[in-house]
Design a protein around this ligand. Structure first.
Ligand code: BGC
Length: 390
């Protein structure tokens, strides 16, 4: 089947952008005409392929920096309550860092299946597939060289401060069945929203579960700890997991556990009360409320945020909106001090990830929302990161 291709962002994104531009003009807080993209060199991969850095900028001076390697968000420069800008996501100064072992999926687009697949194995239509067990004994984030470690093709849309990245994942890629044609479009609005729109088609039944893997520290990437950030997660339930972080299949209430973030709470307040698992901190999938939304980013935002992260010291706040059923909250437990942008060490728990996705191991759990993509269907996902100050 010929894959569906698209050369401009989805209509609903254009509508949302238009709304944001109108809102900006009404309040006089931005100059829409200033929105644009600069393209800068970002080094070359080991095989000599040049990478670019796409700098999206809005009229407020907020910037999102993206590269084709892993369709990755490299930097997100946002103001604090005094107008001071900082880069609030972890990453590297050029593409070689992203190719290195120090790259723990910083800012990347993860696929074909984000999160874990038990034993790296699943059965589809009577055939069993064995994937790489790169997170022994399980498969993690698409395998040895998943979508996060591939060169996507970039199509910038400069007048919209938007870039589309495209990837063809061939039949058998990392052991998965069928060819997948995936796109991810990042759009920076005048209202400091980073909209991420995903789409994918397949020529055989195959699991598809894409996510965005930014590590946030709203005090600035390289700041010592994220334990003083406040978090709210609008989820009543989560999927308990075994010691290798594979869900047991149960979906349980967060009430009375350190996972209950229904009211805002400091990340560090109860992290020590978590059961002693190999996760070493928060690394849990929430079953978020009111999902399975159709209708693009407008509908997703109208449903309210699934999570709100804020840094009391800077006043920077991140609201996260999605149509996905799952949210993996990971408190950066496996960061070990490797040096990132500007030589800053990224210490244990110095940043956290809020990954919108299907549930872990959903391909092996009939009781979980399906992550199976069939030929003729289109996988769609909208996730919006809105940056504010309190
Ligand atoms: C997972 C962690 C994993 C990390 C890798 C997160 O999405 O939940 O368990 O260690 O990615 O960087």
């Amino acid at each position: 089947m010929e894959p569906m291709t698209r050369t401009v962002p989805h209509l609903s994104i254009l509508l949302l952008l238009l709304m944001a531009l109108v809102a900006c003009n009404a309040t006089g807080t931005g100059d829409p005409a200033a929105s644009k993209i600069d393209v800068r060199p970002f080094g070359a991969t080991a095989d000599g392929t040049a990478a670019n850095l796409f700098v999206l900028r809005n009229g407020r001076g907020t910037e999102a920096h993206l590269t084709e390697f892993g369709a990755t968000l490299v930097s997100m420069n946002v103001a604090d309550r005094g107008g001071e800008r900082a880069d609030v996501v972890l990453g590297f100064d050029d593409v070689s860092g992203y190719e290195s072992d120090a790259n723990q999926y910083f800012g990347s687009t993860v696929g074909r299946v984000a999160n874990r697949v038990a034993g790296g194995r699943f059965t589809l239509e009577g055939r069993t597939y064995q994937l790489a067990t790169n997170n022994d004994p399980n498969h993690l984030h698409g395998g040895d060289r998943g979508y996060s470690h591939r060169m996507w093709r970039a199509e910038p849309h400069p007048s919209l401060a938007s870039v589309t990245f495209r990837l063809t994942s061939e039949d058998g890629d990392e052991g998965y069945p069928g060819r997948v044609d995936a796109t991810v479009t990042y759009t920076l609005t005048e209202a400091d929203e980073l909209i991420i729109e995903y789409s994918a088609t397949a020529d055989q039944p195959t699991p598809v579960n894409l996510t965005h893997h930014s590590y946030f520290n709203l005090a600035g990437a390289g700041s010592a700890s994220v334990l003083g950030h406040e978090l709210q997660v609008n989820a009543d339930r989560y999927t308990p997991a075994d010691e290798t972080l594979i869900p047991t299949g149960a979906i349980e209430s967060v009430a009375g556990t350190p996972l209950d973030f229904r009211a805002p709470e400091l990340i560090g307040a109860r992290i020590g009360e978590l059961d002693d698992t190999s996760a070493l901190g928060y690394d849990h999938n929430y079953a978020v409320r009111s999902r399975a939304l159709k209708g693009g980013p407008g509908a997703v935002m109208a449903a309210g945020p699934v999570a709100v992260l804020s840094d009391p010291s800077s006043g920077r706040t991140l609201e996260l909106f999605t149509d996905q059923p799952g949210l993996q909250f990971y408190s950066g437990n496996f960061l070990k001090g490797a040096k990132g942008k500007g030589g800053a060490p990224y210490a244990h728990r110095s940043a956290c990830c809020l990954e919108t996705q299907g549930y872990p191991d959903a391909i092996n759990e009939p009781g979980f929302p399906s992550v199976l993509l069939m030929p003729g269907e289109e996988y769609r996902q909208f996730t919006v990161h809105r940056f504010l100050v309190d």
